[in-house]
Design a binder for this molecule. Structure first.
Ligand SMILES: Cc1cc2nc3c(=O)[nH]c(=O)nc-3n(C[C@H](O)[C@H](O)[C@H](O)COP(=O)(O)OP(=O)(O)OC[C@H]3O[C@@H](n4cnc5c(N)ncnc54)[C@H](O)[C@@H]3O)c2cc1C
Ligand code: SF4
Ligand code: SF4
Ligand code: SF4
Length: 375
């Protein structure tokens, strides 16, 4: 291992830096990916350890300079996004200025959730929306570096640990790079999601698109490549989604996440503005989606100023922004169900483990539902 297994975030930094392609990202029994060094190819240059953010004593954390509440003025753009459409607004600005964007895609046609590079607005739909699963960076860090060296403006949006991996891989600041991190409480493995899809009686090879949020509602939707709906269920009727929201099935390192605090790693941090005071002049309905936007550098603040005509935006206090957003304060705690998942999943598989993880309350609810159906 490069860093201890329990600490590894799966950021792909080491994978991208290795000059000999001696690192493979392999899955463990939970489906979480970790680097493995192919000894025959390794020349012991030490670069992988040098870039690993989990081995660094100090990371470049910055305090937010200001806090904003915002949403995109165009109702459709707001509707298609998870929060207030901050990500789309920034992506569009960069693309309009001949830049390149990198984001996580839920186009599932290749049976993998992964980061992609986009250079035109027609493809922007591919990176819209939250994907509640660990998305792989693969070799996109190398592509980012190529774009930066070619003097292109680059915007990268990912989880804080992914941004940290990218910055560490790049080894120096680039004026033409903007990084944005999403507030993040943790990610489950892709294997768990594939298991859930199979458990729903659907062949994952038939799924082209996975949607986790539908007009802000926590709905789980699977579509084929003709946009035909294969499955549509509420989050609480889908084990995977239920346990994702409760924090029962994340990668082990997420429960000790060093990025879940006010001090941030990127130029800008975005998330949901939970608890925006109703006196705010842009407050309408939290259910329509309001983004919290925290500039952590002057570069970030300048970008926010550049997009301000596209959105309804208001400066708020940093305390208000952080107060009700758990992961701006601390990482998620391990639950009792998490321990059940860790103990049984490798031995019993998905379906039986999910049954074991049902709380007594849910078990009673299920039995009552069955009885009521018979009456
Ligand atoms: C796993 C996860 C946990 C989250 N937890 C919280 C939380 O606790 N509190 C909170 O306020 N907000 C949380 N969010 C963020 C929130 O759901 C929105 O993603 C965020 O506010 C951006 O929304 P938007 O409307 O600006 O744009 P959107 O269009 O929704 O943003 C999409 C962009 O976010 C990035 N992204 C989406 N999913 C992933 C992923 N799995 N890995 C890496 N990057 C991704 C992509 O690059 C993508 O282009 C979480 C998101 C994820 C994916
Ligand atoms: S020590 Fe160097 S060659 Fe070996 S795996 Fe790490 S980066 Fe690759
Ligand atoms: S660089 Fe990232 S993927 Fe590699 S060992 Fe460190 S945390 Fe894990
Ligand atoms: S909780 Fe922390 S370690 Fe886990 S994916 Fe999010 S940022 Fe990375």
């Amino acid at each position: 291992m490069i860093c201890e297994k329990e600490k590894c975030t799966g950021c792909f930094g080491c994978f991208n830096i290795c000059p000999k392609n001696a690192i493979e990202m392999c899955k463990d029994e939970y489906g979480n990916v970790f680097p493995q060094i192919v000894k025959e190819k390794c020349i012991n240059c030490g670069l992988c350890k040098k870039v690993c953010p989990q081995l660094k004593e100090k990371l470049d954390f910055k305090k937010p300079i200001k806090a904003f509440a915002m949403y995109n003025k165009e109702p459709n753009k707001r509707k298609e996004s998870t929060s207030g459409g901050a990500a789309t607004t920034f992506y569009e600005y960069i693309l309009n200025n001949k830049g390149i964007i990198y984001g996580a895609s839920n186009l599932f046609g290749l049976n993998e959730f992964k980061f992609i590079r986009i250079d035109n607005k027609l493809d922007l739909y591919k990176v819209k929306g939250s994907k509640y699963v660990h998305c792989y960076i693969n070799n996109t860090m190398k592509q980012v570096k190529e774009d930066l060296l070619a003097d292109k403006k680059v915007l990268f949006i990912g989880t804080p640990c992914q941004v940290s991996g990218l910055k560490s891989f790049l080894m120096k600041d680039y004026q033409n790079l903007i990084t944005i991190d999403i507030i993040c409480h943790g990610v489950p493995s892709q294997k768990l999601l594939f298991d859930e899809i199979s458990n729903q009686g659907i062949d994952y090879r038939d799924v082209y698109y996975v949607s986790f949020r539908d007009d802000k509602l926590f709905n789980f939707k699977l579509l084929d490549n003709n946009r035909k709906i294969l499955l549509e269920k509420k989050s609480y009727n889908v084990d995977y989604y239920n346990h994702f929201l409760k924090g029962d099935i994340y990668r082990e390192n997420c429960y000790d996440c060093k990025y879940a605090k006010r001090e941030r790693i990127s130029d800008i941090t975005i998330g949901d503005f939970w608890g925006l005071d109703k006196n705010s002049k842009i407050y309408d309905d939290e259910k329509k989606g309001i983004s919290v936007v925290l500039p952590n550098t002057q570069k970030g603040l300048d970008l926010i100023k550049s997009i301000s005509s596209e959105c309804n935006i208001e400066e708020r206090t940093i305390d208000e922004a952080c107060k009700t957003n758990g992961q701006l304060n601390r990482p998620m705690k391990k639950s009792k169900e998490y321990n059940t998942y860790r103990k049984y999943y490798p031995k019993l598989g998905y379906r039986k483990t999910m049954k074991k993880m049902l709380s007594i309350k849910s078990k009673v609810k299920k039995i009552l539902k069955r009885i009521l159906k018979k009456v």
